[in-house]
Ligand binder design. Structure first.
Ligand SMILES: Nc1nc2c(c(=O)[nH]1)N[C@H]1C(S)=C(S)[C@@H](COP(=O)(O)O)O[C@H]1N2
Ligand SMILES: [Mo]
Length: 200
């Protein structure tokens, strides 16, 4: 748990579910999570393999850029650092693009992707992610806004060049740090207040 709520956020009791491109059908038998791009070892994991790799459990809040936050969510998943060391990420990797089954994408800087608390989440509040929460997997980075948490995750692409994801293409921030209010591109520490109202 954090000691305080980030600026401009308010707590709500329940998650508000978003599926900008719809909720996809997932066939868990053929599902694979792929790790590719600026890595020495390209990898592919089945859902069973991912479950066996769970190495992290913690309680962290979840913050949507539109201003709602859910307090005290229990998360279980695999540290991105664990996955990165198996894949042997090259030092040419500067960004990570997350790809979802529905076509959604989100991008984060390598430093945030590999932070101590960054996980590939498989369970929330003691249960596998349910269908609308992104089963089987979604990245979770506690200090970034939740649009970076791409549901129905199918690939983690380490890249040397920046590329917009779904919401970044629509003006949302390259990093999206909740403590610095990086909602839209060009916003952050240096400014006070929002320039646009986030509506997604
Ligand atoms: N594939 C996919 N992932 C997504 C989204 C989406 O529309 N599609 N919305 C994002 C946004 S803006 C938020 S706030 C969270 C919402 O998570 P929830 O639907 O589990 O509440 O998912 C993020 N991940
Ligand atoms: Mo969001």
């Amino acid at each position: 748990m954090q000691e305080q709520i980030p600026p401009g956020q308010r707590y709500v009791k329940k998650f508000i579910y978003y599926a900008a491109l719809g909720v996809p059908e997932v066939d868990i038998q053929s599902y694979r999570l792929k790790i590719l791009g600026e890595v020495e070892n390209k990898l592919e994991f089945t859902y069973e393999e991912l479950l066996k790799m769970i190495d992290t459990e913690y309680i962290r809040d979840f913050h949507c850029v539109t201003g709602w936050s859910v307090a005290g969510v229990k998360w279980e998943g695999i540290k991105m650092k664990t996955i990165a060391s198996l894949a042997k990420v090259k030092d040419t990797a500067k960004w990570v693009m997350f790809y979802s089954l529905d076509g959604y994408t989100s991008v984060v800087p390598i430093e945030d992707a590999l932070s101590e608390d960054t996980i590939i989440a498989l369970k929330m509040n003691g249960k596998p992610l349910d269908k609308k929460s992104g089963f089987p997997a979604r990245p979770f980075i506690p200090h970034l806004y939740a649009w970076k948490s791409a549901k129905w995750l199918t690939a983690i692409h380490f890249t040397s060049e920046y590329q917009d994801g779904f919401w970044e293409e629509r003006g949302y921030h390259e990093r999206g740090n909740v403590w610095e209010e990086e909602r839209f591109k060009g916003e952050g520490h240096s400014h006070s207040g929002m320039k646009r109202r986030p509506i997604l």
